[in-house]
Design a protein around this ligand. Sequence first.
Ligand SMILES: [Zn+2]
Length: 261
Amino acid sequence: MLLERLYNKDNKKIEHIKIESLDKADKIAEFNITDESIKEIKTYCEDNSIDFIKFFSSYMKYNNYEVDSVTYDYDEKYYDKVNDIKAIEKLYSMVLSDIKYFPIPENKREDSRSYWYCNSWKADRSYGGERKHYGTDIVDSKDERGYFPIVSMTDGDIEKIGWLELGGWRVGIRAPHGGYFYYAHLDKYEKGINEGSKVKAGDIIGYMGNSGYGEEGTCGKFEVHLHLGISLPIKDSSEEFWINPYWVLRYMEDNKIEKTF
Ligand SMILES: [Zn+2]
């Protein structure tokens, strides 16, 4: 299996999560914690010199991977209360440790355009057969191809690039902790973005478009948007393990790199 041979940019083999260690895989994949709650935990950990990933993982597991608002006694150490969270820590570090920027930059020009997105995790999709939506769509409010630059949310290696019937022109980037960040339906790629090349968080990788749903070059079958997906390497699983990026994107809204476009 391809995933077995993955190495990150430091040439360190990426460790895979064993699915049997994830007793509630579907629940974990929903990533059910609001951006406000993630920020609250992050701030608490920074203020108290606590390892964020370790604490976050314990907190999620303790709350059955569903957190509405953070309500806890700040003196309590959640990681003393849950056992066996190594796999969970690895999982959350793949999602949270490498993200630095929202995938759309802040426009330095004043007449900047808006975009919108909503939580469409597992919404029904029908092109190519009945299936579910495993990502978040960020939509250009004016539906114009090529307007919004797309930046990498993380450092990483470009593992996949080129056409996919469903994803159109896409880029897949492997971040240092092992998460796979998938940017689909691009209008075009930025120069120098090739398979195997390295990117830094905030580098422009391409431009928002509406490519996909057909043979190579098909465009215009749906509104202009970025499909953002995050997939994690799971051992002994033939299926990709996608997690819901919606709250992670909301969490990153305050972290935009500035560009002029
Ligand atoms: Zn999508």
